[in-house]
Ligand binder design. Structure first.
Ligand SMILES: *Cc1c(COP(=O)(O)O)cnc(C)c1O
Length: 456
């Protein structure tokens, strides 16, 4: 699908029409070399079927979670809502390229154009749809930095569902405007750990001053959902169905690069639970398996290095040990990362799909410090004019490292701009005030929490 271009002049951005938006998601699981190990029931250590998970997830999502079909139709009701902001633009970072003095072409997929400013509604809308279709009235979830809670609040509101969000306490205190966004969409927001659930009360009894963690908030949200007939739970990353929904990012990017007459040599994303990176990367995997030379680089903070310093093992997704055991890169379900400002990257585990691609040497993980990432983010803002979320700064730093490795090499770099930072300016304030510092990678703490991995 070649389009008329303006002669030799490079395109600054490539925009698809609504009717060029993908109508199917791509499921990478059947194409993964070596496949995926199944989730295990923690009680029996046997593979866990969909029936046991049906208390907290609707069947529509569980079918996707376990599906071996390569392409799955996106329901028209979901497409209609995604069209509020999708297809998202693919932008050539020409000013950044110039500032770096590189011959590399750098493209970014701008997921910051969604109503809540990140890629997360791509999955939230789909999740709310399948819950609504199966008669669910209310959804619970956790949120770290507030991005996922905002996304699910938007999505549940569109489908007329109630929503309760357990928000990691330190973010609840540091990010009041995320709370306001969720409340605007009609959600109830509770600081976690809270006294509303047994797991929250147990954590508070042992650690009254804890800043909270995603693992704790997940425990509370699952307990809430499991205790009510009309309520189910939604997870914003990690699981196969979330990666499936995010594949729309890479499917669009592929079409857009084709219009520009380009193809990536390297695909980069920042990794919290792995969903935005995988969403951009997986549609390129079939080409890679056909022999096309593409590198895939996933970046992570050195303070929460699940891919580069975690174990590849079966572990719980939450602190209270209520989830199935997932085979993934993990720092241990007890791991509480330092309070770095990229809240969306503070999770102890990594998507099984991304973990499998690391073990197959398809994905190269890269560990980055917080200050180099903010520096990259500020350069990006001052060249491309868009202020990135602190999480996204990790992808930008990765792209800059690639572009400067061999500046004379005319390669094509594609990274995911997972979100804008306009509600994260307090973090930038602290960066400019010199109050942020790099954390050494917490070796002892990781060793201690890895010692608590379940025995399989
Ligand atoms: C949540 C979030 C991330 C990390 O989550 P993934 O599941 O790894 O994509 C990255 N960037 C932004 C802006 C986020 O909100």
């Amino acid at each position: 699908m070649r389009r008329q271009t303006t002669g030799e002049q490079a395109l600054k951005k490539i925009i698809l029409r609504d009717d060029e938006m993908p109508t199917q998601w791509y499921n990478v699981v059947p194409d993964l070399p070596g496949g995926l190990r199944p989730p295990l029931d923690p009680a029996t250590k046997e593979p866990m079927g969909p029936d046991k998970l049906a208390a907290i997830f609707p069947m529509g999502l569980l079918e996707q979670e376990m599906s071996d079909r390569r392409f799955i139709d996106i329901p028209p009701e979901v497409l209609d809502i995604l069209k509020i902001w999708r297809p998202s633009p693919l932008v050539r970072a020409t000013a950044l390229e110039q500032a770096l003095g590189t011959k590399a072409k750098i493209y970014f997929k701008n997921e910051g154009v969604s109503p809540v400013g990140s890629h997360k509604p791509n999955s939230a809308v789909a999740q709310a749809y399948y819950n609504k279709r199966e008669g669910v009235k209310r959804m619970t979830t956790e949120t770290g930095a507030g991005q996922w809670g905002s996304a699910l609040s938007l999505a549940t509101n569109k489908f007329g569902l109630e929503c309760t969000v357990y928000m990691v306490r330190i973010s609840f205190e540091q990010k009041p405007y995320r709370k306001s966004v969720m409340q605007t969409f009609g959600a109830e927001v509770i600081a976690s750990p809270s006294d509303q659930t047994a797991s929250g009360r147990a954590i508070l009894a042992s650690f009254p001053d804890t800043p909270g963690s995603l693992g704790m908030a997940i425990s509370e949200a699952i307990e809430d959902a499991a205790s009510r007939e009309d309520t189910k739970y939604g997870l914003g990353s990690v699981l196969n169905h979330v990666v499936l929904h995010q594949s729309i990012i890479g499917l669009e990017a592929k079409k857009q690069l084709a219009i520009a007459g380009d193809y990536p040599d390297v695909v980069i994303g920042c990794c919290g639970g792995g969903s935005n990176f995988a969403g951009l990367a997986v549609p390129f995997i079939p080409d890679y398996l056909d022999g096309k030379k593409i590198r895939f680089v996933g970046t992570e903070p050195s303070s929460c290095p699940s891919m580069t310093a975690g174990a590849l093992a079966y572990d719980f997704g939450d602190t209270a040990q209520t989830t199935p055991l997932l085979y993934m890169h993990t720092l241990g379900h007890d791991f509480v990362p330092p309070g770095i400002h990229a809240g969306g990257l503070r999770y102890h585990g990594m998507a099984p799909i991304v973990s499998a691609m690391i073990s197959q040497k398809i994905v190269e993980p890269l560990r980055l410090h917080q200050l180099e990432c903010f520096e990259a983010g500020v350069l990006f803002a001052r060249t491309e004019g868009i202020i990135p979320a602190p999480e996204t700064c990790h992808a930008i730093r990765g792209a800059i490292i690639e572009a400067l490795r061999e500046p004379e090499k005319p390669q094509t770099i594609l990274f995911n701009f997972s979100g804008h930072g306009l509600i994260d300016m307090a973090a930038y304030d602290r960066y400019f005030a010199g109050e942020l510092h790099d954390y050494d990678y917490p070796e002892e703490q990781i060793a201690a929490s890895l010692a608590g991995l379940p025995q399989i």
